[in-house]
Design a binder for this molecule. Structure first.
Ligand code: SF4
Length: 343
């Protein structure tokens, strides 16, 4: 049995003031948890504030068009998570119109895994479920001096069991918050300053001198290379974009007409171009954006439309109404906003 008094005292003195901590609203906690899976707290805070201002509850999210939800997600990556948020909101509004109040109900929501369900159940309802994010796994691995690989399904199950051994059933909200915050601020990757840690007398890795070796991850996967060439056709302040379809990356996001090749394409010095290297979880994208002023967008449109049914001619000033991948957004900023090439 762990003594948690010093951890709780440390938490009260050090915890960050964050809007999703001061609410018991399961909807807001759900949104914050999904956003924080994508990004650091500082950046996530802006996204969270914008998102809940526009979609303050389940119903406003369910009633929105998917495109608009994606615009509010733009830049966070993993757009399937935004689509799942939207889908879950619609499903719940068709059923009860409210967030589930049980762990199993939360788990049935699209995109809600063990961690998110545990976080909502404990933070909103103070139910006794562990919530293990990356920071909490690190704290547990060190407290128990456990070198089991944590980021596999069997590893997660094992760590879940460890967390249940020490979970404070009287106040799971406080327990989960304190452990996650300790991992975020004190029990840092590498070699943290254990001398000032509230758990140092109970930490087995500290006693064994194995802190810097923990936690243990599975080996990194090798990334697959893809070569993408985008053409930004421009005429009279307008350009051409289309919406991605099919089960590939960036489903339902918009982009410029694309040619994908098996190897890098040669540079064409007739047009301005810029190359980007963009890393996703399983892929390394070598992207080239070519700026191509053209006399008639209509004729390019007619040429491309048969293979790109969602192709649209849009004003460059209206591009902000569409959701793009972070890569394309960067190219838009580099080429169009900053170069003033709007006509
Ligand atoms: S003593 Fe060190 S390794 Fe152990 S929980 Fe504290 S900061 Fe982490």
């Amino acid at each position: 049995m762990m003594n948690l008094t010093s951890l709780y005292r440390w938490y009260e003195q050090n915890r960050r003031v964050l809007p999703w901590r001061d609410t018991r609203d399961p909807y807001c906690i759900w949104i914050s948890e999904i956003i924080l899976q994508q990004t650091r707290v500082a950046q996530g805070l802006d996204y969270y504030m914008r998102f809940v201002r526009r979609f303050p509850d389940l119903h406003s999210l369910a009633q929105a068009e998917e495109d608009e939800v994606l615009v509010y997600w733009q830049g966070l990556g993993y757009y399937s998570r935004a689509r799942n948020l939207h889908r879950a909101a619609r499903l719940l509004c068709e059923e009860t119109g409210e967030m589930p109040t049980t762990y199993d109900g939360l788990r049935r929501m699209p995109g809600v895994g063990e961690y998110t369900a545990g976080a909502i159940a404990s933070f909103a309802y103070n139910m006794p479920y562990p919530a293990l994010d990356g920071n909490a796994y690190r704290v547990l691995a060190r407290l128990f001096d456990c070198d089991t690989v944590f980021d596999t399904s069997s590893g997660k199950r094992y760590f879940h069991g460890l967390a249940e051994q020490i979970l404070d059933k009287d106040d799971p909200r406080l327990f989960n918050s304190a452990v996650m915050e300790l991992g975020a601020l004190q029990c840092l990757p590498g070699q943290p300053d254990c001398e000032v840690c509230p758990l140092k007398t109970q930490c087995l890795a500290y006693k064994a001198g194995t802190v810097a070796l923990l936690p243990v991850r599975k080996p990194r996967i090798t990334l697959k290379d893809r070569y993408l060439t985008y053409t930004i056709y421009i005429a009279e302040g307008h350009t051409l974009i289309y919406q991605r379809q099919g089960k590939d990356i960036w489903q339902h996001l918009w982009e410029f007409p694309l040619q994908e090749t098996k190897s890098p394409v040669r540079a064409d010095s007739d047009f301005l171009y810029k190359d980007y290297l963009h890393i996703l979880s399983h892929r390394r994208l070598h992207a080239r954006f070519i700026l191509r002023p053209t006399a008639s967008l209509e004729s390019v449109f007619k040429e491309l439309a048969p293979t790109l049914p969602s192709l649209r001619m849009v004003a460059i000033s209206d591009l902000s109404d569409y959701a793009f991948s972070r890569l394309t957004q960067k190219a838009i900023e580099d080429f169009i906003s900053t170069s003033g090439l709007t006509s």
